[in-house]
Design a binder for this molecule. Structure first.
Ligand code: HEC
Length: 212
């Protein structure tokens, strides 16, 4: 009996201590609030930085990618598309020479959705990259029931594969000056460094090829 009274006593005492602590920590938290907000801001800034450095641009990927790598990606498209010159339309239109043509106009006998046929513009590299990222976001109501390619490298490579079959506009140049003007000197230097690095890598590749 006296034992359980002691336990009860301890429980009561610890409850009181806990109450006391919680009111102290309440004050502590309150006093600390400005720091918490500052911390939140720091995280936000870090996230912005991460977005600004989100990988190489489409122009860079089109320089560093290959049609051969794109052929493997195109395996995801062959259920619906042919790519060879004069190939038949399937569920989707034949894609030979599609780059540079009018969006939703390229295959004369094919019945495009109005979502795509009325989109306007031509299949330049930016448009093709946006389309392959998410067909539905690009042309809401399209009948291309394909979720899209989430990898920017895959998109660039498959675009190079399309370009290898029927050509397309000149590849976009990697413009360093423009990026520097947009993002300020510091970011510009970063881009420059990246491009130099990419060129150095290409040289190394080229050297490998000569040796091999
Ligand atoms: C499930 C079938 C299907 C798959 C898979 C598919 N497509 Fe399509 N694609 C279509 C259809 C259908 C259209 C016509 C869309 C419309 O009219 O809205 C189309 C249209 C296109 C067009 C526009 C052609 C033009 O003449 O304007 C391109 C480019 C294209 N697809 C590329 C691809 C690529 C690249 C892949 C693989 C990464 C792919 N598609 C995968 C069905 C598919």
């Amino acid at each position: 009996m006296s034992n359980s009274n002691t336990i009860f006593g301890w429980v009561l005492a610890s409850g009181i201590v806990a109450l006391g602590l919680s009111s102290i920590s309440g004050k502590f938290f309150h006093a600390d609030k400005p720091h918490v907000e500052e911390f939140g801001y720091v995280i936000e800034a870090a996230e912005e930085g991460a977005t600004a450095e989100a990988g190489p641009s489409l122009a860079e990927l089109l320089q560093t990618g290959t049609a051969a790598a794109g052929e493997a990606v195109f395996a995801k498209c062959t259920a619906c598309h042919t790519i060879d010159q004069g190939g038949a339309d399937g569920i989707g239109p034949n894609l030979y020479g599609v780059l540079g043509t009018g969006i939703g106009q390229h295959a004369a006998g094919y019945a495009y959705s109005s979502a795509l046929a009325d989109k306007g513009g031509t299949w330049d590299y930016e448009a093709m990259d946006a389309w392959l990222t998410s067909p539905r976001a690009f042309a809401n109501g399209t009948k291309m029931s394909f979720a899209g390619l989430s990898s920017a490298e895959d998109r660039a490579n498959v675009i190079l594969y399309l370009r290898d079959h029927g050509g397309g506009p000149d590849l976009p140049e990697v413009v360093v000056e423009e990026a520097a003007a947009d993002e300020g000197e510091e970011a510009g230097e970063g881009v420059e460094a990246e491009v130099v690095e990419a060129v150095a890598e290409e040289d190394a590749d080229a050297a490998d090829n000569i040796e091999g």
